[in-house]
Design a protein around this ligand. Sequence first.
Ligand SMILES: [Zn+2]
Ligand SMILES: [Zn+2]
Length: 306
Amino acid sequence: MKFEVTILGSSSATPIFNRNPSAQALNINDHHYLVDCGEGTQQQMLRFDVKASKIDHIFISHLHGDHYLGLVGLLSSMHLNGRSKTLKLFCPEPLKEIIELQLRYSDTTLQYSIEYYFTNPLVAEKILETQDLVVESIPLDHRIACTGFLFKQKKRLRRLIKEEIGALDIPVEFYSALKKGADYTAPDGKIYPNRELTVDPELPKSYAYCSDTQYNESYFTQINHVNLLYHEATFTHSMLSRAAITHHTTALQAAEIAKITHAKRLIIGHFSARYKTLNELLDEAQSVFPATELAIEGKTFVIGEV
Ligand SMILES: [Zn+2]
Ligand SMILES: [Zn+2]
C-alpha cells in the first residue's frame, strides 16, 4: 500500500531562493491529499507531476497567507478544467467566506461542489475516515488558530499463506474470515488454527504534519510514535526569542520534539527567508535527532520506509 508525501513548498512567509510557501501532496493507496496550498502550489504540482484532478481532499492548517494563498487559484483551475466531483475541504471556518467572496466578485459559480469541514483549533478530533485511513486534527500553538493533521493507516487484515491455503484447498468464501483471524474447520472436522494459515499484517503507519506552531507539549501525546513527523523549524535556536514572538519553532526544538515523541524520522521545513542555505538548520536538528532530513521541494518521502 502506497503511503508517501511529496514536498511542494518549504518556505515560511514569502517565496524566496527558489523555495515556495507551504504545500505537500500525500499519496495514500493512490488517493491524493493536498496539505496546505501556499502561493505557487499549482506550478509546483505541474513541476512534480501531482495531478489536481486526482485530489479530492484538501487540508488547510491556518489562514496565514503562506499556507493558503494558492488555494483560490487551484479551485478556479479545477473549475476551468471541468471538474464535477465534490471536493472536501478541511479548514478554519473563515476560509469559506474568503473563497465565496472571491467567487462572488468574479461572478463564478463552480461546476463542482465544495464540502467544508471546519477544524477546531482547541480540540484534537477525527475529521476523516476512509477505508484505509483516519485523519485527526492536531491543535497547535500559533499566533492565530492553527491545526496540524495526523494521517494514520487503519489496522490491516491478516495475510493468507497461499501455499497452506492451496494445500488444504480452502474455498474462497472462507478467506474473509481467515483474514479477520478465524480458524478453519475442514469438511472432515479437523480444525486448523489461524496462525498456521495467515501471517500478521504490516503494522499501520502514521504521518504527522505540524506547521505552524511554537514548542508546546500539549500535542506531544497525540503524535507519539509516528513513522514520519514533519515539523516546522523556521529558525535556528540562536533566534529563539524571535521564534517565541512569532509563535514558531527552532530546528533544535523540532528535533527535541521528534526525540521526546519517539518519531522514527523527522522532516524539518517552513524555513525563514533569512537562510539562503539550510545546512545550519539541518546540522542543528541532527545534533539532537540524527534521523532528520530537510523538506526539499520535489522530494518524496515514503512513510514507514525506515
Ligand atoms: Zn507559515
Ligand atoms: Zn503561520
